[in-house]
Design a binder for this molecule. Sequence first.
Ligand code: 5GP
Length: 171
Amino acid sequence: MKPELKTLIDEAELKETVAALAAEICEDYRDKDPLLVGLLKGSFVFMADLIRQLDIPVEVDFMAATSYVGRESTGELVVLKGLNESVHDRHVLIVEDIIDTGLTLHQIYDRLSTEGPASIEICTLIDKPARRQVEVPVKYVGREIPDLFIVGYGIDFDQKYRWLPYVGTID
Ligand code: 5GP
């Protein structure tokens, strides 16, 4: 049976949300030559739209990581694809699609923080604060949503639906 999709954030709203985030980021990072670190795979569509709304020079890199959740721990970070660039002395902005429990992002943030960045902040398109299990210092939030399972705009369900130009909820 095909799952039902309902639009939660349409294309026009996404465009406005991304433009508002880009305006804040431009203001804060002018003359800082920031390194935007996208977390794969979900952030690639958001990253592509975000950088095209910025009118400051930026560099972009991507990493892919997951956290292995064992019986007793909240998980050890497993880096599937590391960064090509060094974050040392760079103004790093982590770009995430959605923050849920915060478990993986928390560890990525800690890991990159130990590598000597000049500064490190987090930008997420979507935040689900109701599901948070660990504090993560998120500076830029596009939209807060309730505890819903979403897909689209880069975000998958079983590797599908990333291509949707809007964010929808799935049953
Ligand atoms: P967490 O914050 O729990 O460590 O994990 C965040 C990751 O979980 C996101 O990058 C995304 O891949 C996945 N995720 C969290 N919430 C949702 C959701 O509502 N829909 C989908 N498709 N993935 C989600």
